[in-house]
Write a protein that binds this ligand. Sequence first.
Ligand code: ADP
Ligand code: MG
Length: 813
Amino acid sequence: MRSLTPDQCRALQDWLGCLQRILQWEADHDFVNSRGRSGHFAEVLARGLAEAPLAPLRDDPTCGELRTGFSAYSTWPPRQRRHWVVRTRQWLHQQRLHIQGQPASPPPDQPPQGLQSPLTQVKGIGPRLAASLTDAGLRRMDDLLRHYPRDYIDYSRLLRIRGLRPGETVTVVGAVRRRHAFVSSRNPNLTVLELQLQDATGRLRVTRFYMGRRFTSPKWLQRQRRLFPPGATVAASGLVKAGPYGLSLQDPLLEVLNTGPVTPAASPSRRILPVYPPIEGVSAEGLRRAVQAVLPMACQQQDHLTAPWRQCFGVIPLAEAFRAIHQPPSPAALQAARHRLVFDEFLELQLRLLRRRQRQRVQAMADLTVAGASDLAAAFLALLPFQLTTAQERVLHQVRSDLQGTTPMGRLVQGDVGCGKTVVATIALLEVIAAGGQGALMAPTEVLAAQHYRKLCDWMVQLHVPVAMLTGSTPERQRQAVLRDLATGAVKLVVGTHALLEEPVMFLRLGLVVIDEQHRFGVHQRSRLLNKGEAPHLLTMTATPIPRTLALSIHGDLEVSQIDELPPGRQPVTTTILTPGEREQAYGAIRTAASRGERAYVILPLVDESDKLKLRSAVQEHQRLARTVFPHLHVALLHGRLTPGAKQEVLEAFVSGKAQVLVSTTVVEVGMDVPEATVMVVDHAERFGLAQLHQLRGRIGRGQAPSQCFLVSESRQAVARQRLEVLTRSQDGFEIAEMDLRFRGPGQVLGTRQSGLPDLALASLTSDGAVLEQARDAAKRLLNDDPQLHTVPQLRARLVAQSARQASASRLN
Ligand code: ADP
Ligand code: MG
């Protein structure tokens, strides 16, 4: 690019920064085409690219191609979306380097050596190739080695053209027989690229469409023809469609594997061909050659896990893994290679998390000795009209052994609504109280805190344990009394909301902090409460189970327990999916239930309570239901903007049965316990996550009568429907969370409240759960045997270098 004026430079930088932020956001949200203020991600990006501040950029063919891609983005599968986002980021990054006038150099504090040395020093990678790779962010040999194939084509198992069936999504590899790039005669804005692919069994037509003026230029058409020369081997992935001229693939992802024929037969070891994420300006062969060039160096590197450790963990040597991931001699070798590399990623992640915990735990416990099961806890158990479930017993055992340890407990208990987490937490609190400590139970809402308090009061009075409640609406005089009693130790157990975090709250001897619905709190709130004691124990609970892989990756500094069993005798909830036109069916069920003296929830998708517009729609919907649909019933409205007093009034009306229908936003999600409620209708169910819907559904089916849940969904998308169908089949929160993870990806499942998803190149939180467990055990063993990691100095160095690199990378983008 020619030299720019400072103004142009600034405009360009602003533009780049803005787009890079949007892309980052989309990547953080797992490529869901997130909706922002000015529209969906893909629209905003297409518009943004079109508004490049300089004409040469706007006319850049790559820029044009990227824009077109974004017009189809919403119809693509996640993988293709990711690919496109990565390409766009790479291209923008390149533009930024242009204005900076020089490629970014590696951080100076790392002397280049071995795999750290720049690619320019590799024999077989010329300056031009090195420059293209550098533009794409691959600067050092290490980067190239970890530019893993995104797929493999196994020639022994490839789909043959003759065997294709309409409706399948497939990858086929064939030679280009003919290619044709032309502007449609009917629409001067539409460009068509048509390839005819051929393999040993038949021919297939492949068509891609490009909308927009810039694709009609002869230069662009020429470029496409050059990209797919006859004889080139191309992999095409997409949906097979049947048409009047036979089968075709429409708008598939195309990948040129080779500009000539690929001859896997020539060398038996090349039966499995790696397919790399493409890099601008580098041909597929060029990229494969570059990787080949660094492989010998990789094989000379020392493994950061010594042979005894490798044997202990059951992984193959690193050099072997690098060779086999890039040049798999067999599917089994590829699998072993992948296992080693995934294991390494998880091992580093877990080591980081566990080392953080190690640092937090150097403080010794306050002198509070829990000796085992106390009389107090035994007296409590005797009060319960039921036996603990096996799952409760198991988790209680884990909690007790934590409490008896010399370092503070840090444990997360996950379990479905109603599985009896509170009972387990209460026993833990009693053990600490019996040992002379105080306990605090914090809940995210007043409703939930009040409910806990009521229940605990019943028990604690009989056990002679003084208990108090503290929330934002506690009257001042009472508040002063509670504060005093906590400070003197007169109160042993306090239940409350965020109000517990406030400055004047002080304990004489805080021994255990229990946090209910922990996902509603931030990490800093957790530590604020913990800091009110001298290294107290921590027990967090959640009824929105997240899959264990996610829990271990994010809460790796906590131990995770699961109560995966409901107490016996629960009524199952039947779940039905309705279209908006079938709503009357749900209303009928509500009328029938009300006539039996039962109650119903109608849930509206007001996720963000601050949205005034939607709040108005909730109010309107309430009026509609009250006036036209249920004129003979009392319909109450609950939302997050009500004052605590008004909220309490609404709830009391519903609990007492004065109101039979409760129209509510998701504030009922946690805490409501009304056994008479037997019907729930969720509007716009497709907007909720499965785990959240499951938790909402947990509000019914709490009494003796059978319950019904209706999910009203407007979405016509098959995937949206499939997702909801999981709920009609399953009542198991963990299974549902796993499915949610599969459908929506980790970022969506966690939502915006929790972040900190690890950056993994190869490992998948969806499918590599077993390796993650293995790596976590391995990390624990390593740290146990060798807390400072002296026996694995390279691994230690990698951990240190990695955090340094992460810091510098975040500065770059
Ligand atoms: P969670 O907090 O996990 O949603 P709770 O601890 O509030 O669940 O328990 C839900 C209900 O089930 C409570 O009324 C509780 O008394 C009851 N409960 C807990 N454990 C058992 C059990 N083992 N058998 C029967 N009922 C139980
Ligand atoms: Mg609970």
